[in-house]
Design a binder for this molecule. Structure first.
Ligand code: 6CS
Length: 347
């Protein structure tokens, strides 16, 4: 039995008990929300605050149940459960969503997003390219794109020093499961291997892989630094995530509930941006304290330029491969980011 079918069968059995119980108790409406991370991580902070605000704004009528990573399967499983309507909300990060909504891989194009995270925040929370253009690609897959937010700069953790694309020769580099990441890390000179994150720690420990990339808060919480020796900042990527809901579920909501969700999103845009920045700020010190031998390298502008140059065809390859509105989406995003950088600065 597939995971979706098994989960739906379990939910149906629960519904029978719930109906049998309604004669005695009035149950709050339940929304199920699965995240790709663990308790205390950025996505958990978002989901916890979402739960609190939804309860408050619905006068206690809606209760959100949160499932952390692994409880309902891996990143790709929870997307499937949301699209099928077995659960109502989940995080679906572009790094893993590429085979389901291929257009979202534009966020995997190296050096696309700004080095100024205020620019990224502004674009991710209100961009017409995302909420009008890309959202249609989600709807065609049974998903409604609810929100998008950044989780921090993605840092390489490696067992050897990497300062040029040549240094990546022979390095088995774990990436998330979206195809563009394979293309990107090949262009950087590494041998990419796509895996769910639950397999990364043991993969590094047993040398099935030699390196991986993630925001610093996640490197700390998943303890990837314990099984690598270098933290390398190359400026190639900001981790982004989307929160999606089942499209039919969303369309069936009353206007009041839709307004509630809109209000909650607006409050959470600021909340989560600050929360992820705090978590990321503290993580590097925690790592240094736990492992004083860790070596931290920040590539300078010339070194970064070599990786940017090596990967400059990745965006064009994606456009060719995915087709549809990808070319337009990528051009519009570049335009929006450029305009915001003029307003808010590049760094
Ligand atoms: O590396 C990954 O796959 C995971 N990284 C983060 C920051 N969140 C969830 C994602 O699946």
């Amino acid at each position: 039995m597939s995971l979706t079918k098994l989960f739906k069968a379990t939910l149906s059995a629960a519904a029978v008990f719930a109906v049998a119980g309604t004669a005695m108790t009035v149950h709050a409406e339940e929304w199920k929300f699965a995240i790709e991370e663990s308790t205390g991580d950025v996505q958990d902070l978002y989901a916890q605050k979402f739960k609190e605000l939804v309860k408050e704004k619905s006068g206690g009528d809606v209760d959100v149940t949160i499932y952390t990573y692994g409880q309902l399967g891996t990143e790709n499983d929870i997307t499937e459960l949301t699209a099928s309507g077995a659960i109502q909300f989940s995080n679906a990060s572009p790094g893993h969503l590429g085979t389901f909504v291929p257009e979202i891989q534009v966020f995997g194009v190296p050096y696309l997003l700004s080095q100024n995270n205020d620019v990224n925040k502004a674009v991710l929370s209100e961009s017409p390219t995302i909420y009008k253009g890309l959202s249609k690609d989600f709807e065609s897959k049974g998903l409604k794109l609810y929100t998008m937010y950044p989780e921090g700069e993605m840092v390489w953790t490696t067992k050897k020093k990497v300062e040029t694309p040549k240094d990546f020769d022979g390095v088995k580099f774990r990436v998330m499961t979206s195809p563009i990441l394979i293309d990107s890390y090949k262009s950087f000179g590494a041998d990419p291997v796509a895996l769910p994150w639950g397999e990364v720690y043991s993969g590094l420990q047993t040398s099935v892989i030699d390196a991986q990339v993630n925001p610093i808060f996640f490197i700390e919480s998943a303890k990837f630094y314990e099984v690598t020796d270098y933290l390398i900042y190359a400026g190639q990527q900001q981790y982004t995530t989307t929160v999606v809901t089942n499209d039919a579920f969303y369309k069936g909501l009353s206007d009041d509930r839709k307004k509630l969700l809109k209000d909650v999103k607006s409050e959470l845009d600021d909340y989560i941006f600050k929360a992820q920045a705090d978590l990321n700020d503290k993580a590097l010190d925690k790592i240094k304290k736990a492992k004083p031998s860790i070596k931290v390298i920040k590539l300078d502008a010339d070194q970064r330029a070599k990786f940017e140059e090596a990967s400059k065809s990745v965006g064009d390859n994606l456009v060719k491969e995915v087709g549809g509105d990808t070319e337009q989406v990528l051009a519009d995003l570049r335009d929006e980011i450029g305009k915001k950088e003029k307003e808010l600065g590049k760094m």
